[in-house]
Design a protein around this ligand. Sequence first.
Ligand SMILES: C[S@@+](CC[C@H](N)C(=O)[O-])C[C@H]1O[C@@H](n2cnc3c(N)ncnc32)[C@H](O)[C@@H]1O
Length: 337
Amino acid sequence: MLLRIHIAPDRARCHTPAVYDDLPAELFDFHHSLLIDEVRTTSFLRALLQQIRPGDVVVEVGAGTGVLAMFAVIAGASRVYAIEHGPMAEVAREIVRRNGAEDRVTIINDWSTETTLPELADVLVTETIGNIGFEEGILTWVLDATKRLLKPDGTIVPERISLVAAAVESPHDYSEIARLRRPVHELDFSALSDLATHSILWTELSPVSVVTEPATVTSVDLATIEHQDVAGSITVNARRDGLVHGIGCWFVAEIAPGISVSNQPPTTTPSWNQGFLPVPEPLHVTAGDPLTIEIQSGGGCSRWGWSLGLGEAAALTWSTSMTPLTSPPRGPSVAAW
Ligand SMILES: C[S@@+](CC[C@H](N)C(=O)[O-])C[C@H]1O[C@@H](n2cnc3c(N)ncnc32)[C@H](O)[C@@H]1O
C-alpha cells in the first residue's frame, strides 16, 4: 500500500496552481489506480465509441479526472457536462484544459443530484460502479439523472449491473475476526469481532477460495430502475468439502451491447477489489451441499445485510458499517473496518 503525505505546495516557489491546495492525499492514489486500470478504461472507451453518435450531448455523473468525458469527445460528442463533486473537479478542469477539450467539456463541481443543465443529454455516462457493483450509489444517481438530465429515449452507459456471489473459504480474510475471539491480556474483546462480522471487507479473493458455483444474486437494467436498493437470493451447491468463512461478491457490468467488465476473481481490474461478507461462525460443508445466500441493501446501497446457511438461509445479519459514499470506497487502504 502506498502511503503519501500531502504537503500543500508553496505556490510562490513552485508555481503550482491553487487547485492542488487542500487535496486529500488518497485522491491521487484512487484516481491513479483508476487510470492505470486498462481493462476498465479500454472497456469504457470502446463502449463510448459504440454508443455516442457525432454531435451527441453527453452528461457524466462522477467525472473524476475527466477521462471518460474526454473519451466522449473522442467519440464525437459536441458537448459533455462532466459532474464531479469535490476538489477533484478543479484538477479535472486543468486536465481538460491541458488536453485542449475545454470548449467541449464543461466541468461542474457539484453533486449530480444538485445539478441542473441548460439542455437534456442524449447519453448518460457514469462509472460509479463499486466493488460489489452498487455501493457507490449508482442506482440513486442514475434514477435521478434519467428523470432530470437525460432525454426520455437517451442512452445509458453502463446498461446493466449484476451482483454475483459465492461461498468462500478464506481464513486470511477471517483472521481478524478469529483473532479477536481469543482473549487479549486475558480480557474479552469478542465484541470487536462481532462488529467485524457485520462489516464488509474489501479484499482480493483467490479463485481457489471459492467453494460453491458463483451465481447472480440480482441484475439491474439501468434504463428501467425503480428502486435505489437491491435484494436477491441464490441457492448454490458446494463444489468441494471446505470451511466457509463468508460470501465473496463481485459485479458484472454490461457497459454497452457486447462489452462487459467484471472484477470476478482472479482480479484483472486492479482498481476494483472484491467484497468479503463474513459469517458469524465458519460453516463446514461437504461437496454437493446446497447453500442459500441472501443479500440485500438499504439506504441507497450504503448499508448491506446478508445471510448464508445450509439449505434454508439463516437469519439475516445486517452489516453496521460501510465506508460512506462520499469517500472513495474501492481500494484496499479504505477497508470497511
Ligand atoms: C470511480 S470514480 C470515476 C471517475 C472517472 N469517471 C473515471 O472513470 O476515472 C467516481 C467519481 O464519481 C464521483 N461521484 C460519485 N457520485 C457522484 C455524484 N452523485 N455527483 C458527483 N460526483 C460523484 C466521486 O467523487 C468519484 O470521483
